[in-house]
Ligand binder design. Sequence first.
Ligand code: RP5
Length: 163
Amino acid sequence: MSSDPVVGVIMGSDSDWPVMEAAAEALDEFEVPYEVGVYSAHRTPQRMLDYAASAADRGLRVIIAGAGGAAHLPGMVASATTLPVIGVPVPLRTLDGLDSLLSIAQMPAGVPVGTMAIGGARNAGLYAVRILAATDPELRAKVVSFQSELASSVLAKDAALRE
Ligand code: RP5
């Protein structure tokens, strides 16, 4: 948890955390302040809506929402906020997360959710960083370095294979 968070990392259940913590780790890498919480679309619907409706006024700029199965959290949060919402389909024991993916991706026109891959919490964190970096030159410089390191790591692996 950080002071003055600009990203909300929320999930439908604490059982989603083993997947969702990768989003928090990515935000940590870029020193982006965030908050985490459990907000269930089905078990605590009003609390979820209150969170979404107050998020922008509290200073959040992006919401990352992960859920599994009947994964209605990202879409419902998107319906109650003007902030960009990034959805993470959490894979459960059955159906390998395909149900989660389809629940999050098939949004009606007018209520967008940026849907990540099944279990794609790290990319959700990195996507939030990119959204913030669009208006933050210091953060953008960190993204440039990150991409350069990513490319270098691939070149190093390529070189190792050729030895
Ligand atoms: C969803 O139901 C949650 O996001 C979680 O992925 C799934 C199971 O929740 P628990 O029964 O483990 O609390 O709403």
